[in-house]
Design a protein around this ligand. Structure first.
Ligand SMILES: Cc1ncc(COP(=O)(O)O)c(C=O)c1O
Length: 461
């Protein structure tokens, strides 16, 4: 089976199916029919090829915020378009013969990438927000149907993502659950600080004979960003009798180490559009096969209700499923880099640490955590003289950096402790992805230096 739409580079683009019903994108131009004129010295992707893969990025912006929305190379965007064309060419045939097989192929690739036991443990959903809703909906039912007692606890980190916190409020608090936040220090200097606070929160959850029914733990927190020692925390949950553990790894695959057998959580959700080069939007939701897992359903109910979460999630009504179908093409893309996604992740970490230290040195500040507690993003203190004194200030400063200096970077407001004067209250979160250049960070460094030398403060905005 093959279709042959034209891509915007003028090649014929084909979706080919191999004997395992796997689909592959092939370019039916020079590269397929003729050998390349000059033999390549290395088979790895070159700098100029990387530049052309991300040529659609706004050249006026130093984009050091991959963490928020991720990025998608041209090759994958073309693959997505080919899937969309295939659907639009003959929707009935696509629905009957292409869609399920394509999604199963993507799930199989993901299963291997995350070292899951079985493909049935892997569902594909839209994003981490949807994955959280699936898990929390189950918790809500358990409260409302009397399986959990009112006042039983759900534990989450203070730095849980805002939307996930809202979801916990909507599903758990309303159903009678007690929500406990684990306070986390920031800046943070060791895993022990996090582990100790987590243990204390579980103790609080178990007071008065209550039980902790669910722990929601981020793998990499969003703001401020820190890699959480999830293996240790999952182990503690098991020792302390927590019923279920859900890891919110919106920044998981491609950003940090993701191995389901090592982590041992019941549920693990990772976006693929943040650090795995998929177009928006796609996330994996891993649900460990165990007798406990019984009542998980996609919140959008359709024909497949009751056939298992993975099957339910593969048809939630008529819509564009192309982001879920391009996973094989993304794998092809990442395998053009030395050591594939592992190599990309490793080099991003090394480079973001190097750039973070460079900025902290230039501004006379500090990192938000030691390098081993960060992945492909890191927090750097901004000079205290910028006068960041509220979240509103961080938004204003971020806009100012974008509009006046062409730098896109999120900023975190750290509330000073009682009696603290002149301390760092603003931290920038920088990301590193394959398209970034040292100049992106130098532009940011110089923008902040200029603000300092101009005597700028946030109150002037
Ligand atoms: C920790 C965390 N959880 C959840 C989300 C939500 O991800 P999405 O918007 O893709 O659903 C994010 C997004 O940045 C995040 O950082």
């Amino acid at each position: 089976m093959a279709s042959s739409p034209h891509n915007h580079h003028g090649h014929d683009l084909e979706l080919e199916e191999d004997h395992n019903n796997n689909h592959h994108i092939v370019l039916n131009g020079d590269s397929k029919t003729h050998p390349p004129k000059k033999p390549r010295l290395s088979s790895f992707i070159t700098e100029s090829e990387i530049r052309s893969e991300f040529a659609h990025h706004d050249p006026a912006i130093a984009r050091i915020n991959n963490g928020s929305f991720g990025s998608c190379p041209g090759f994958v965007m073309e693959a997505q378009r080919a899937w969309q064309r295939k659907y639009l060419a003959q929707p009935d045939d696509f629905y009957v013969n292409g869609l399920k097989k394509g999604i199963l192929h993507s799930r199989t690739i993901i299963k291997d990438l995350i070292n899951a036991e079985h493909v049935d443990e892997v569902s594909i959903v839209d994003n981490a927000t949807t994955a959280a809703a699936i898990i929390l909906q189950q918790t809500s039912w358990a409260f409302s149907e009397g399986k959990y007692d009112k006042g039983d606890a759900v534990v989450m980190l203070h730095y849980a993502y805002g939307a996930v916190k809202k979801s916990i409020e909507a599903y758990v608090t309303r159903a009678g659950g007690h929500v406990i936040e684990v306070p986390l220090p920031f800046p943070v200097s060791s895993n022990e600080e996090i582990i100790n606070e987590f243990r204390l929160a579980l103790e609080r959850g178990k007071r008065n004979g209550k039980r902790v029914r669910l722990a929601v733990i981020d793998h990499v927190t969003s703001m401020p960003c820190v890699v959480i020692p999830i293996k240790e925390l999952v182990k503690i949950c098991r020792e302390e009798g927590v019923d279920q553990v859900f890891v919110d790894a919106a920044h998981g695959i491609g950003c940090t180490d993701v191995d389901m057998k090592e982590i041992g959580a019941d549920y693990y959700a990772s976006n693929l559009h943040k650090w795995f080069f998929c177009p928006p939007s796609i996330a994996l939701l891993y649900c460990r096969k165990s007798p406990k897992v019984s009542d998980l359903h996609h919140p959008v109910v359709s024909h497949e209700y009751g056939n298992g979460l993975a099957v339910e999630s593969a048809w939630i009504g008529t819509r564009d499923y192309s982001p879920q179908l391009v996973v094989p093409s993304v794998l092809e893309f990442v395998n053009r880099f030395e050591d594939g996604i592992e190599g990309i992740k490793r080099r991003n970490h090394e480079k973001v640490v190097k750039m973070g230290k460079m900025l902290a040195d230039a501004w006379g500040t500090n990192l938000g955590c030691p390098p081993e507690m960060c992945a492909s993003m890191i927090m750097i203190g901004l000079p205290a003289c910028l006068g960041i004194s509220s979240e509103k200030d961080t938004l204003k400063l971020r806009t100012h950096l974008r509009e006046k200096f062409g730098v896109e970077v999120p900023i975190y407001y750290r509330v000073p402790k009682n009696g603290e004067v002149g301390s760092i209250t603003g931290y920038a979160r920088i990301s590193h992805q394959v398209y970034n250049k040292e100049n992106d960070y130098i532009r940011f460094r110089d923008a902040v230096k200029q603000l300092v030398s101009d005597g700028f403060t946030c109150s002037s905005l």
